[in-house]
Design a protein around this ligand. Structure first.
Ligand code: SAM
Length: 229
């Protein structure tokens, strides 16, 4: 008898209803999310919920983000294929895997060593060889592979870390959640200009775990900790 992957249908439904259904239309992002087995990036006991419309706990007090917001952030980067991308906050490795379907090279940084190790192992097992997982403080970026065409941070900071801005090439895009005095957290996009006058767009209110580091929140600051369902 032919084995049918029980996750394929929920994955297609997730892309159709939660992502395309909410206005994400970038074909590259939708196709990438149809390919990545999200169930492989969540703890075993969460697999039945892998395609649900919510963030899920991945250990160490951290989360794999809600699928819609992963898609919205990647769409906001405006990738056309072939770029060099830096992700801050590897977490489970899921976002990096989605990026690997679109970009030429993906560098991803995680500050919690246990998460970095687990993500590296999952990505290796699934064959995502173009993803480089680095352990460290992503608020400082990853100078060794700079400049980047695009940077995405998956944790919210008090502002845009100057190091990240500096590691974008002219025309490059940075998407990240930042603290907003009225709305809690706001997803913003910075487009690096050659003349020093970067453009900033405010995209939508969001809710993310804190970006902890030298150019983020101080360690032990619980601001922005997320309530899981
Ligand atoms: N992209 C992830 C995924 O697909 O699972 C979601 C990541 S989770 C919402 C945010 C991650 O950012 C957490 O794993 C957290 O440890 C990490 N983080 C927070 N501050 C960081 C920093 N300064 N450098 C690198 N990672 C950081």
């Amino acid at each position: 008898m032919k084995w049918i992957n029980p996750y394929l249908e929920p994955r297609e439904r997730m892309v159709r209803d939660q992502i395309a259904g909410r206005g994400v239309h970038d074909r590259r992002v939708l196709d990438a999310m149809l390919h990545v087995p999200r169930e492989a990036f969540v703890p075993e006991e969460c697999r039945p919920a892998a395609y649900s419309d919510q963030p899920l706990a991945i250990g160490e007090g951290q989360t794999i983000s809600q699928p819609y917001i992963v898609a919205a952030m990647l769409q906001a980067l405006g990738l056309e294929g072939g770029e060099r991308v830096l992700e801050i906050g590897t977490g489970s490795g899921y976002g990096a895997a989605v990026l690997a379907h679109i970009a030429r090279a993906v560098h991803t940084i995680e500050r919690i060593p246990a998460l970095a190790r687990a993500a590296r192992e999952t990505l290796r097992r699934l064959g995502y060889d173009s993803v480089d997982v680095v352990e460290g403080d992503g608020t400082l970026g990853w100078d060794r592979a700079a400049p980047y065409d695009a940077i995405v941070a998956t944790a919210h900071g008090p502002g845009i870390p100057p190091s990240l801005r500096a590691q974008l090439r002219p025309g490059g895009r940075l998407v990240m959640p930042v603290a907003d005095k009225d709305k809690g957290q706001m997803l913003v996009r910075v487009v690096r200009a050659g003349d020093g006058h970067d453009r900033m767009d405010h995209l939508e209110p969001v809710r993310f775990v804190p970006l902890v580091g030298a150019q983020g929140w101080p360690e032990g600051d619980a601001r922005g900790s997320i309530d899981l369902p």
